[in-house]
Design a protein around this ligand. Sequence first.
Ligand SMILES: *[C@@H]1O[C@H](CO)[C@@H](O)[C@H](O)[C@H]1NC(C)=O
Ligand SMILES: *[C@@H]1O[C@H](CO)[C@@H](O)[C@H](O)[C@H]1NC(C)=O
Ligand SMILES: *[C@@H]1O[C@H](CO)[C@@H](O)[C@H](O)[C@H]1NC(C)=O
Ligand SMILES: [Fe+2]
Length: 437
Amino acid sequence: MIAGPSLSCYCLLFLFLLGDAGAEGSQKAAPEQIHLSYPGEAGCMTVTWTTWVPAASEVQFGLQLGGVLPLRAQGTSSLFVDGGLLRRKLYMHRVTLRGLLPGVHYVYRCGSAQGWSRRFRFRALQSGPNWSPRLAVFGDMGADNPQALPRLRRETQRGMYDVVLHVGDFAYNMDQDNARVGDTFMRMIEPVAASVPYMTCPGNHEERYNFSNYRARFSMPGDTEGLWYSWDLGPAHIISFSTEVYFYLHYGRHLIQKQFRWLERDLQKANNNRALRPWIITMGHRPMYCSNADLDDCTRHESKVRKGLSGGHYGLEDLFYKYGVDLQLWAHEHSYERLWPIYDYQVYNGSRESPYTNPRGPIHIITGSAGCEELLTPFNPFPRPWSAIRVKEYGFTRLHILNGTHLHVQQVSDDQDGKIVDDVWLVRPRQGRRTYL
Ligand SMILES: *[C@@H]1O[C@H](CO)[C@@H](O)[C@H](O)[C@H]1NC(C)=O
Ligand SMILES: *[C@@H]1O[C@H](CO)[C@@H](O)[C@H](O)[C@H]1NC(C)=O
Ligand SMILES: *[C@@H]1O[C@H](CO)[C@@H](O)[C@H](O)[C@H]1NC(C)=O
Ligand SMILES: [Fe+2]
C-alpha cells in the first residue's frame, strides 16, 4: 500500500529525467549564434556557428525559400575553451560558401544530421569595384542596453545594408559569466549577423584571456584571427586593425611592430591599386582624437594611437596621412563625433564652403553609441576647432560608398526615432589620391 505511490513517483521522475536528457542531447548539437562574414574573396561567404557537442559542419544552400536546398558546403570545427573557472567548451563551426553569384539572394541552413538551424537569407556581395555598397557602422554595443539593435534588425531585414562594421567592444563582455554573456550577445545579433556579413575589430572589452573570445567567435579574412586584416568592397579598400596592441603590452609588445609593418605594406598595396579602388577606409576601436569629458587616450594631446609609444614609435597618424587614408572609423567613446579634415591638430578643409570636397587631410568619425550598460559618454564643454559635430545620442552610422569619388555619411539617432542627425558627402577626385603631401 505504501510502496505503490512512491514507486510510481520514481517512475515518473525517471521518465522525466530521461526525457530531459534526450531533449538536451539533441539541442546540444543544434547550431546557434549563427553569423556571416566575408572572407575577402569574391563570390564567397563564411558561416560561423556554435554547438555544445562535437558535430559535423555543413551548410545547405540554394535559391528557393522552400523545398530542398540543392547546394552543399563542408567546413571545419574547432574547440574553444573559455578561460573562465568553468572552462566551458564551445565548438565553433566555420564553413565558406564559394562560387556565389554576385548580388543574388541565397537561402541557407547550417548544422549536421544531429541538428539543423532554421533557414536564413543573405545576398551575395557584388563583385568588382563598380557598385555602391551600403554599410551600417557602430561600436560599443552590449548585451545590456543595445539601443541601436532593433532598428538595425529592421533595416537589415529590409535589405538596406550589404555589410555591418562593428568597431570593437562587444557584449560587455563576451568572457563574462564564463562566456555566457558572449553567447547571449551572439544570439541577440543573429537576426542581423546571419543575414549580412558582420565585420569586426577588437576593442578593450575583448581583452580577457588575450582576446580569446573575440578570436574564437568571429571569422575574419586573413590569418590573424581577426586582429588585423583588410578586404575590398566595391570602390573601397577597408582595413581593420587592433588599437589594443598599444595598451595591453603584456600580451606582447612585438604585436605593435608586427601590426604596424603589416599596415604599411597593406597601405602600399592599396595605393598601387587606387585607380581601381580609390577609397581607403580604416577601422580601429580607440580614436586618436575625441573631445569627450573623460580621461581616455584620445583626450591626451599625444595619444598613443596617434603618436605611438613614448619616443614616437609606431604612431598611426603619420602612417595614415602618408598613404592618403580617406576615412578613419573609430568607436570607444559612447557618442558620435565627426572631425574636419585633420592632420597633427591642424584643420585641412578642402575649402571653407566645402570642407570635405578635396580635403587635404583624413576625415575621422567616432561612432560608439550603439548602446551598452555604460550608457553615453558626455562631451567636454569646450568645443575644439577641429570638431565639426558632436551628438550625445544612441544611434549608428550609415556609410554609402556611391562610387570612386563620392561617399555619403549619415548618423541615425535612435533617441530621435531614426532621425538623421548628421549628413555629409565626402568628395575626392580620382587623380592624386595617393598622399596629402
Ligand atoms: C596573445 O596573442 C597573440 C596573437 O595571437 C600572440 O602573438 C601572443 O603571443 C599572445 N600573448 C600571450 C602572452 O600569450
Ligand atoms: C573648416 O570648415 C568649417 C566649415 O565651413 C569651418 O567652420 C571651419 O572654421 C574651417 N576650418 C578652417 C581651419 O578653415
Ligand atoms: C558618383 O556619384 C555622384 C553622386 O551620386 C555623382 O554625382 C557622380 O557623377 C558619380 N560619378 C561617377 C563617375 O559616376
Ligand atoms: Fe572601448
